[in-house]
Structures are given as C-alpha cells and as structure tokens.
Design a protein around this ligand. Structure first.
Ligand code: IDP
Length: 152
C-alpha cells in the first residue's frame, strides 16, 4: 500500500479533527501521527528544495508559527490521491476549482493553505523519514530532528 506524508499546517491546526475526518472518509488509513512544533532550522531543511525562492523565509516563519500535525497516510495511489484531496496550492483558486478540497475548506491564500502533501515517491520516503525517523536512529540534535517527537 502506498504511503505519503501529510501535514496539517499551523493555520489549520485548530481544525485538525475535521481534516482527519475527511482524510478517513476518503479511504486513507492514518498509519502514524504526531503533533509538533517546527524550528526555523527544521522548516528550512524540510523545504530545502525551495532554497532561493522569494517566499521561502515567509513560508518557514509561517510553518513555525504554531503546531503542525504530521501524518503518514496509506491508500492505493496515496500520493496522488492526497494531493487531489488537498487541492491546488492557492486556497483562493481552490475555492473556485476544487471547492470540496482541504485547501478550499481550511486554507486562506497561496501561503496559508492548510495542508502539505508529498509530490513523488522519493519525496514521500524522504518526508516520512524526516518526521518519523526509523526506530533506533539517534536524533540529529544539531538540526533539531529531536523536535519531530510527539509533544505531550
Ligand atoms: P505545494 O504545497 O502545493 O506542493 P509548492 O510549490 O511545493 O506547493 O510550495 C510549497 C508551499 O510554499 C506551498 O504549499 C505554500 O504554503 C508556499 N507557497 C508556494 N508558492 C507560494 C507563493 O507564491 N507565495 C507564498 N507562499 C507560497
């Protein structure tokens, strides 16, 4: 069964239970979940592929502005299915083109768009390991990986 990494971003964290209900209704299994607070260093590491883009600093600040819910979701074709359920990046556009999507329902704009989803099998593997390191792995304190542990 394919797995993907889903995040409920800080702007939608207060509505995470509604998001999870829709995730389960859409046939995904929540294999793992953790609520955590990203540090600036961890956010920059997570979004390393966007290095140099003008919105990166703002994006990292936003991602550190509150807690996130990280989940490993599984389903046949989970990567594509979760991106479809999330909807397009811009929540404003999503409200006209995909009104039932997570970003239309729970997001605000192009940055505060409620959710993240891996965009390829390679990204899913990397992002799942980022938030849920294999057991026995020693957390990299220098990069703040220990922050990925669920909070009380
Ligand atoms: P995706 O999350 O739909 O895959 P990406 O292009 O990978 O979109 O961008 C990652 C995240 O960066 C988006 O989800 C959004 O929060 C933010 N972002 C993308 N483009 C912009 C922009 O033009 N302005 C502000 N934030 C943006």
């Amino acid at each position: 069964m394919e797995q993907t990494l889903a995040l409920v971003k800080p702007d939608a964290f207060a509505r995470k239970d509604e998001v999870v209900l829709k995730v389960v209704s859409a046939g995904f299994t929540v294999e793992k979940s953790a609520e955590l607070q990203l540090t600036p260093a961890r956010a920059a590491q997570f979004y390393a592929e966007h290095a140099g883009k003008p919105f990166l600093d703002d994006l990292c600040n936003f991602m550190c502005s509150g807690r996130v819910l990280a989940m490993v979701l599984s389903k046949e074709g989970a990567i594509k299915a979760w991106r479809e359920l999330m909807g397009p990046t811009d929540s404003v556009a999503a409200r006209s083109t995909a009104p039932d999507s997570m970003r239309a329902l729970f997001g605000t704009d192009k940055q505060k768009n409620a959710c993240h989803g891996s965009d390829s099998p390679e990204a899913a593997a990397r992002e799942i390991a980022f938030f849920f390191p294999p057991s026995g792995e020693i957390p990299d304190l220098a990069t703040g990986a220990a922050q990925a542990a669920p909070m009380e």
